[in-house]
Design a protein around this ligand. Structure first.
Ligand SMILES: [Fe+2]
Length: 148
């Protein structure tokens, strides 16, 4: 039980690190976007990074609730994250494709953690993942619709 909890805490910390990369990817897109869709995308990225910021806080606080210590330094995030960083993307379509790929990546993590949390008997973490799975699926649908 203890070992399962430890594994879950590690996975949550990896999700936290990946989410920080996702957040910073969105900030970069918000700052660098250029072109005909500027006003819409600049605003959309801001909405998304504000949502990401709330999720980040909830992941970190969940880690504390289950007895872990959330990572909080840039160094730890960069070393732990597996989500790729994006740099200097100004093209609108490429930016939205990046957000779509990042969201698909995070959705896979939510599903894995939900399963692990279920096995560890941690219903609170499973419920959080379940909520975010639904939100990620909605976001994927919207981004795919934009790109279609
Ligand atoms: Fe801004």
């Amino acid at each position: 039980m203890k070992a399962k909890n430890q594994k879950l805490i590690e996975k949550l910390n990896q999700l936290l690190a990946n989410y920080q990369i996702y957040y910073q990817n969105l900030r970069g897109l918000h700052w660098n976007v250029k072109g005909a869709m500027f006003f819409m995308l600049h605003e959309k990225y801001e909405e998304l990074y504000n949502q990401a910021s709330e999720v980040i806080d909830e992941i970190a606080e969940r880690i504390l609730m289950v007895g872990g210590q959330p990572l909080h330094t840039f160094n730890d995030y960069v070393q732990t994250a597996t989500l790729p960083e994006v740099k200097n993307v100004s093209d609108g379509r490429e930016g939205v494709e990046t957000v779509l790929e990042n969201t698909r990546f995070l959705l896979v993590s939510f599903k894995e953690i939900m399963e692990d949390a279920g096995e560890a008997g941690d219903e609170g973490t499973a419920a959080l993942m379940s909520e975010w799975i639904g939100e990620a699926e909605k976001q994927i649908w919207m981004l795919e619709s934009y790109l279609a």
